[in-house]
Design a binder for this molecule. Structure first.
Ligand SMILES: Cc1cc2nc3c(=O)[nH]c(=O)nc-3n(C[C@H](O)[C@H](O)[C@H](O)COP(=O)(O)OP(=O)(O)OC[C@H]3O[C@@H](n4cnc5c(N)ncnc54)[C@H](O)[C@@H]3O)c2cc1C
Length: 316
């Protein structure tokens, strides 16, 4: 399924993630519940907190994402801020063994970045409210990466947040041609940087289109992050990248508390536990909320096996 999946199915699936009609229909399918649960622990805050407790009990760290994206009205952005403040309050009731075990991930488009007027300013202010609250509770924040058109605005906002809250992390995507330079900048400033391959369908003008090119760039970027004074967060399920991270960490004399692995909830769960037993730090990205559709479609687009799982569930 490899090349056909990459060139034909993947772009079509990602395009479906933007279709409101398909979203509305799929949320009514009886199969939905079963498929969604594989990747999203639940729609409610309670369900998310149960999952957080389970991960912490197993010695893993978490980053919790309240699912909402592409907010096009200010009141919806405000509702997302309120949801994050509630989430932070709930998370603070956990007393994890080590500092840094608790983190939230947020998307700037959910905080208003795409609003027609003053979107960047509104998103920056909203993000700052969440980062301030998180900081006061000892919870970390990472600003997720979205499609390439939002990278400049996001990095500008993150630089400004880091002036006051240097632990604020963000994400760099190996599929983008610019990322090697961004890695060099953020690594040298000591930032917490999550390196991932990238989940969005991007044009060839700005992105590598071959898997091999993305993987090569991932390895180059990983080396830059591991070599620098920052805190690399190695977000991948790919065994080659995971092994490379361990080797590079050794080469640059990194201690286990100076970087971490990250994986998505429900994906390679045994590997998450195995890495943690080796003494490595492992963080699970845990999404929750009613707006799971875009997130789910990106997971299906990433891997033929995820799609097969989905089709099998459809068959019942
Ligand atoms: C913690 C975390 C946060 C992320 N945040 C962002 C973000 O902010 N922005 C963004 O654009 N993207 C984000 N992503 C998604 C990321 O960009 C990739 O789309 C996604 O991780 C798939 O790429 P991969 O590196 O895991 O490997 P792939 O290239 O998808 O797969 C490579 C190999 O990994 C193994 N593998 C992958 N998936 C599975 C599976 N389900 N089961 C078993 N083996 C598997 C297989 O051996 C496979 O051949 C994030 C990913 C993680 C883990």
């Amino acid at each position: 399924m490899g090349p056909v999946f990459d060139t034909v199915l993947r772009p079509a699936i990602v395009a479906a993630s933007r279709s409101e009609r398909i979203e509305n229909a799929s949320q009514r399918w009886p199969v939905t519940e079963r498929v969604v649960r594989r990747f999203v622990p639940g729609e409610s805050l309670d369900a998310a907190m149960t999952a957080v407790g389970d991960e912490l009990d197993d010695g893993l760290a978490v980053t919790v994402d309240f699912l909402s994206e592409d907010t096009l009205d200010e009141s919806q952005a405000e509702a997302t801020v309120v949801a994050y403040l509630e989430l932070l309050e709930s998370m603070s009731s956990f007393r994890p063994a080590s500092f840094g075990s608790l983190e939230v991930s947020l998307k700037l488009t959910a905080l208003g970045l795409g609003l027609p007027e003053h979107g960047a300013k509104i998103a920056a202010e909203n993000a700052r409210r969440i980062v301030e609250a998180a900081d006061s509770l000892g919870i970390l924040v990472t600003v997720d990466a979205e499609n390439h058109t939002t990278v400049d605005q996001r990095l500008t906002i993150v630089r400004s947040l880091r002036d006051d809250f240097p632990d604020t992390g963000t994400v760099l995507q190996a599929c983008l041609r610019r990322t090697e330079d961004d890695c060099a900048e953020f690594a040298s400033s000591g930032a917490r940087i999550r390196l991932c391959k990238g989940a969005y369908a991007e044009p060839a003008a700005v992105a590598f289109t071959e898997r091999r090119q993305v993987d090569d760039n991932y390895l180059r970027c990983l080396r830059t992050l591991m070599k620098g004074p920052g805190y690399p967060m190695v977000a991948t399920h790919d065994p080659t990248m995971i092994d490379a991270a361990t080797i590079l960490a050794g080469e640059f004399g990194r201690t286990p508390d100076s970087w971490e692995h990250q994986m998505l909830y429900g994906i390679r769960v045994d590997e998450q536990r195995r890495l943690a037993t080796t003494g490595a730090r492992v963080r699970v990205y845990l999404p929750y909320g009613e707006q799971w559709y875009g997130y789910l479609v990106r997971r299906l687009a990433e891997r033929p096996a995820n799609l097969v799982f989905f089709l099998r569930a459809l068959r019942g």
